[in-house]
Design a protein around this ligand. Structure first.
Ligand code: TYD
Ligand code: MG
Length: 475
């Protein structure tokens, strides 16, 4: 005899509580507790059923294991492979997350079509769309998906039956949030269901070497809907980002057991599906307007990929008591800090002004190396003096107004040179690079060099070596 009891489970972190409360005691999220019924196993008192539990595994020597071929297998979608470090590793479980409509199903259908064309047995569990819809999508994409098996099922037992029947090399479950197991006593879509089904698929993948990709929707705040817990059970988490109304799509791995994270995949959503963008810098800078105040170009590095990004600032008189500070594409706290350093050490004051700063084209910058570009964009907007069009800017800004060098400067400047930029403003300690560089030791000096404000007397000594170059910069 099994007994049931009611618990309240957080749909974000999975923590349980016997009472309902407005805020999760585990992760402090609001309104995430949902009532669930769990069965108690007689005698043990444990909640049941234990997902993936089986006979205890016996220890073995690593030398005795003849593993399946664990080299990554290219998916045939170049930018996806770049993010995965070559392709999907057999037996691995990859979670592809992203907001609804961003292109997850499209990406995976393209990958499955290419893999099946390459001789792999591919099975798509389409838990959200009918086989006809998927077929129409394949036709629209112009890919040959004839060899892809599809099953439109949401229940775990049916999915297992399909897997047993087809014996696929690669399985895609689209999406994990819609799959449910009747053995688990909670509603489809609940964190217990999602976690339970994911566990079963992970156990299956590890046991049989079946390469598995799970699709997961993320909510607006960027977390995987419900199961943050999912991220721990999979090998790789790749997240699709981009504006729905903008054709650019960025794919990043935030967790990867088989290679480095931080590698960036860039796609454009076209009428014929996702197309890899090889010249990402060119695309980010395509709509840049020349000779405009409030703009600075920063050569970023995402993973191993250099990427030129335009940082823009708009400074306007504030109509409210507290001026607005708005950052898009980078950290708002960093913007506030840089405004303070500009005020204190470079005599650029934006008191009484709203400041809007953004990385153009939907790019997202997390490196402090972009500090100087942000500061110069703000200084340029404040003084209404454009930066030279052929200049790129690199440098981290310290609280004392000093400039610090940034890693991989030569690689960044190579990319800038490739795109036709003629010079770079870098911190004094930066290494030699392909592009002619102008150096500055402090933020005040950098502002003086490119937007023409004379540096304060104390900071000007370091500028003497570069005064000629500096003048060239503002010409
Ligand atoms: P989809 O892959 O269904 O998104 P997800 O699975 O992440 O929810 O992509 C849907 C969007 O992509 C939809 O707005 C239409 C657009 N799209 C194209 O622009 N071109 C195409 O070739 C396809 C298939 C979709
Ligand atoms: Mg979809």
């Amino acid at each position: 005899m099994s007994r049931s009891r009611v618990v309240h489970r957080c749909q974000a972190c999975g923590a349980t509580s016997s009472r309902w409360s407005g805020r999760c005691p585990g992760c402090a999220e609001w309104n995430t507790l949902v009532e669930e019924i769990v069965l108690s196993q007689p005698g043990t008192g444990a909640t049941a059923p234990a997902v993936g539990a089986g006979p205890a595994a016996a220890p073995v020597l690593l030398g005795d294991i003849d593993g399946w071929d664990s080299r990554p297998r290219p998916t045939g979608v170049g930018e996806f492979d770049r993010v995965l470090g070559g392709g999907l590793v057999p037996g691995s479980v990859t979670l592809v997350g992203g907001e609804p409509g961003i292109g997850k199903s499209t990406l995976l259908l393209q990958a499955l079509a290419a893999l099946s064309g390459d001789g792999a047995r591919a099975l798509l569990v389409s838990a959200e769309e009918s086989p006809h819809q998927v077929k129409r999508r394949a036709e629209r994409l112009g890919v040959s998906a004839e060899g892809v098996w599809i099953v439109a099922e949401t229940s775990m037992p049916a999915i297992r039956t399909a897997i047993d029947k087809i014996g696929p090399d690669i399985l895609v479950v689209d999406s994990i949030q819609t799959v449910w197991d009747p053995e688990l006593e909670s509603a489809p879509g609940s964190v217990t269901q999602v976690r339970g089904c994911a566990h079963q698929l992970v156990t299956l993948a590890k046991g049989t070497g079946l390469t598995t990709v799970l699709v997961g929707h993320v909510t607006k705040d960027g977390s995987l809907a419900g199961p943050r817990v999912l991220e721990h059970v999979v090998d790789t988490v790749a997240t699709f980002e981009g504006e729905r109304h903008h054709s650019l799509r960025l794919l990043r791995a935030s967790k990867h057991r088989f290679g480095p994270t931080g590698e960036l995949g860039v796609f454009e959503m076209t009428d014929a599906g996702l197309v890899g963008v090889h010249d990402a810098s060119g695309m980010f800078l395509a709509d840049r307007r020349m000779a405009t105040a409030g703009s600075a170009v920063f050569p970023a590095v995402e993973g191993r990929r250099p990427l030129l990004v335009e940082l823009q600032a708009l400074v306007v008189p504030s109509s409210f008591g507290t001026p607005r500070r708005s950052a898009s594409g980078f950290d708002a706290g960093r913007l506030a800090l840089l405004i303070a350093v500009l005020h204190r050490h470079a005599h650029i004051s934006v008191q009484g002004f709203d400041v809007y700063a953004s990385a153009a084209g939907g790019a997202r910058i997390s490196e402090p190396g972009a500090d100087l570009a942000v500061c110069l964009a703000i200084a340029s907007a404040t003084l209404d003096r454009p930066l030279p069009d052929d200049l790129v800017v690199i440098g981290e800004v310290g609280l004392a107004g000093e400039l610090r060098q940034v890693g991989q400067t030569p690689r960044r400047l190579d990319e800038a040179a490739r795109l036709g930029f003629a010079r770079a403003l870098v911190p004094v300690s930066s290494p030699e690079a392909a592009l002619p560089t102008v150096t500055a030791g402090s933020l005040a000096e950098a502002v003086g060099l490119v937007v023409g404000v004379p540096p304060p007397a104390a900071a000007s000594s370091a500028a003497t070596n570069n005064t000629a170059a500096g003048r060239r910069c503002t010409e």
